[in-house]
Design a protein around this ligand. Structure first.
Ligand code: 4NP
Length: 162
């Protein structure tokens, strides 16, 4: 059997945006019958929160949106091995993108910012960092990720059929 298509979401701390993207993406892939063909993971560019669970405010926002927490613990991006292992590496904002491109060696073509899959007419230019915000900012991140996921799922389906 063909090996799984591997997706890595990246933010700064790996406790808010990228674990949310991971959970929302996994659910979307499963709903589209692609759960067995795709492996979804997340990490952070920084080391501050390595080993931590997702931020409780993000877990609450995910719960409000109907998602189950899957036991994720934060880890830091490993430039060389992650660049080799994953097929698609998705930074959440432009700072994450710059840091990912600096850390990776020779896998730059695998890096596509999350905004690529934002729905048409979306005003945000990146996935905003909710860390210093309130509950509504966490809800907004989950909503933006949910609204972007159909476009990402379609792209991965296309890539898998090539
Ligand atoms: P994340 O959010 O990158 O979406 O996980 C943040 C987490 C931690 C910090 C900033 C943003 N921090 O400054 O510790």
């Amino acid at each position: 059997m063909k090996s799984k298509y591997k997706i890595l979401f990246v933010c700064l701390g790996n406790i808010c945006r990228s674990p949310a993207a991971e959970i929302v993406c996994r659910a979307a892939m499963k709903a589209m019958g692609m759960g067995e063909r795709v492996c979804v993971d997340s990490c952070g560019t920084a080391s501050y929160h390595v080993g931590s669970k997702p931020d409780s405010r993000m877990l609450a926002a995910l719960k409000r949106a109907g998602y189950e927490y899957g036991g994720h613990r934060a880890r830091q991006l490993r430039g060389t091995t992650d660049g080799r292992e994953y097929d698609l590496i998705i930074p959440q904002d432009s700072e994450n993108e710059r840091d990912v491109l600096t850390a990776l060696s020779g896998a730059e073509e695998k890096v596509v910012p999350m905004k690529r899959w934002f729905p048409e007419g979306e005003k945000a230019r990146e996935v905003p960092d909710p860390y210093y915000g309130g509950a509504e900012d966490f809800d907004e991140v989950v909503r933006l990720l949910e609204r972007s996921m159909p476009q990402l799922v379609a792209e991965v389906a296309r890539r898998l059929s090539e």
